[in-house]
Design a protein around this ligand. Structure first.
Ligand SMILES: [Zn+2]
Length: 390
C-alpha cells in the first residue's frame, strides 16, 4: 500500500502521519483461508504470505502492510453464515432496523458484494423493494437453484444478481439504499473506495448507505487472534470507521455494534448536514405562481375583493395579485387606520362594516397567522362572504 509520505506512513482513514514501525504478526499465513481445494496437491501448494500490522495512533485503524491483493484471489471462496441461527437473528434485526428507521419501502437497493444474496433477498422482500446485488463469486445458476431449493421461489422477483465486481457503472441506476457488508475489510484502499462511492452518488439525493465490518475494538478486547486473517487487510476501530466516511463527504447518521460486539455497522447519507432550510432558486417564482393560481380559481367577474391586512403583508399580497384581479380596498382591525390609504395602490383602508357597504363579497387574508381570528370576526357578523386563505 502506497500511503507513505512525510517520512512516515499516512493513515488511509484519517491521514495522520504514522511514524511507528509495523508489527510482524506472522512470517507466513495462508492467503486464502476460506478456500477449499479439490486435490491434496493443490491444497498443499496454496499460497502463503507475511502479515504485518500497523495501527494509526490517532484513529485506531489498523491494516496489514504486507497485503498483496494478487495473493488473496478468493478462489473457491465460500463464506456464508446463513445456516447459523445466530446469524439469522442478526440479519432479521438489521433488516428491521434499516427498513423502519430509514423508511425503506418500495425502494431500489444496491448491495455491493452480496455473497449468496440471502440478506438482499430477505431485505428486498420485507420492504417490497427491488434489489440489485454484485457478487463476482456468485455461481449464477447453482446459487439461484440453491435459493429456490431453500424455499425462496420468488427470489428472482426481488433480486437481480450481477455475477461480477461492482464498478461505478453500477451507479448509473438510482438507488435509495446502498449496502455493503463484510467487504470493506478486503479492499486495499478503503478511502479511495468510499470517496469514489460518494462522488458517484452525486446525482442521487438522500441515499442511505449501510456498511458492516468486523469490529477491531472487539478483536482487541476479546483477544480474538483468529480474526486477523490474510483476506482482511483492514481492521476498523469504531472511530476510524466514522472518520473514513466523514472525511470522504458522508454525513454519519448512526453507528452501532452487533453480533455480540464482533461486528459494527455504520449508517450514513450523502445528504448534506443542514440546520436550516435553504431558499431554492425557484422558491419565489413557484410560490407567486401558486398563490396566483389559488386566488384565480376562487374569483370570477362578479367578485368584489378586499385584502384583509392594511400592513406590509397586505401590500405584498396586492403586489403579487394586482395583475390578475381588481382590489377595491383594504380591511383592518385597527381603527386608527380607517380613512387612510395604502402606499402605492392608494386604496382606502376601511372597517369590515364599511367594506360591506362597498359591496365587498370576497376577502383575501394577507397573513395566515390571523386566519382563525378573522374567520371568527366574520362568523360573528353572521354574513355570507367568501374568504380566500393564502
Ligand atoms: Zn488514522
Amino acid at each position: 500500500m502506497a500511503y507513505r509520505g512525510g517520512g512516515g506512513i499516512l493513515c488511509p482513514c484519517c491521514e495522520a502521519n504514522i511514524k511507528k514501525k509495523p508489527i510482524q504478526v506472522y512470517k507466513s499465513i495462508p492467503t486464502e483461508s476460506n478456500a477449499y481445494f479439490g486435490s491434496f496437491h493443490d491444497a498443499i501448494m496454496a499460497k502463503l504470505a507475511p502479515f504485518s500490522i500497523i495501527q494509526c495512533p490517532k484513529c485506531g485503524f489498523a491494516w496489514n502492510i504486507d497485503f498483496d491483493s494478487n495473493k488473496a484471489t478468493y478462489r473457491n471462496y465460500t463464506f456464508s453464515l446463513r445456516y447459523s441461527e445466530k446469524y439469522q437473528k442478526h440479519a432479521k434485526w438489521l433488516i428491521e432496523k434499516i427498513s423502519k428507521k430509514y423508511k425503506i419501502f418500495g425502494s431500489k437497493i444496491l448491495e455491493i458484494g452480496c455473497g449468496d444474496a440471502d440478506f438482499l433477498y430477505h431485505l428486498s422482500k420485507t420492504t417490497q423493494s427491488k434489489g440489485v446485488g454484485y457478487e463476482p463469486s456468485f455461481k449464477n445458476r447453482i446459487e439461484l437453484l440453491q435459493q429456490i431449493e431453500d424455499g425462496h421461489k420468488d427470489f428472482a422477483d426481488y433480486v437481480t444478481i450481477i455475477p461480477d465486481y461492482f464498478t461505478e457503472e453500477g451507479l448509473k441506476e438510482k438507488f435509495q439504499l446502498v449496502i455493503c457488508r463484510h467487504v470493506l475489510e478486503h479492499i486495499p484502499n478503503p478511502s479511495a473506495f468510499i470517496s469514489s462511492l460518494f462522488s458517484n452518488l452525486r446525482d442521487m439525493e438522500d441515499v442511505i448507505i449501510l456498511f458492516e465490518v468486523p469490529n477491531l475494538d472487539y478483536i482487541i478486547t476479546s483477544q480474538c487472534l483468529t480474526h486477523f486473517i490474510y483476506e482482511h487487510c483492514n481492521y476498523f476501530s469504531n472511530l476510524s470507521l466514522q472518520k473514513l466516511f466523514q472525511n470522504n463527504g458522508f454525513n454519519v447518521l448512526e453507528m452501532d455494534t452487533c453480533y455480540d460486539g464482533a461486528f459494527q455497522i455504520i449508517i450514513a447519507t450523502n445528504k448534506k448536514k443542514s440546520n436550516f432550510l435553504k431558499i431554492q432558486r425557484n422558491f419565489f417564482k413557484d410560490i407567486f405562481l401558486e398563490k396566483k393560481r389559488k386566488i384565480k380559481t376562487q374569483i370570477d367577474k362578479n367578485s368584489r375583493i378586499a385584502i384583509w391586512g392594511a400592513s406590509n403583508s397586505g401590500n405584498i399580497v396586492y403586489n403579487i395579485i394586482q395583475d390578475i384581479c381588481t382590489i377595491q380596498c383594504f380591511i383592518d382591525s385597527n381603527a386608527e387606520k380607517y380613512g387612510g390609504f395604502m402606499a402605492n395602490s392608494g386604496l382606502p383602508i376601511v372597517s369590515l362594516d364599511n367594506a360591506l357597504l362597498m359591496d365587498i363579497n370576497t376577502i383575501i387574508i394577507a397573513n395566515p397567522v390571523y386566519n382563525t381570528e378573522i374567520q371568527q370576526i366574520i362568523f360573528k357578523k353572521n354574513i355570507s362572504i367568501k374568504i380566500i386563505f393564502l
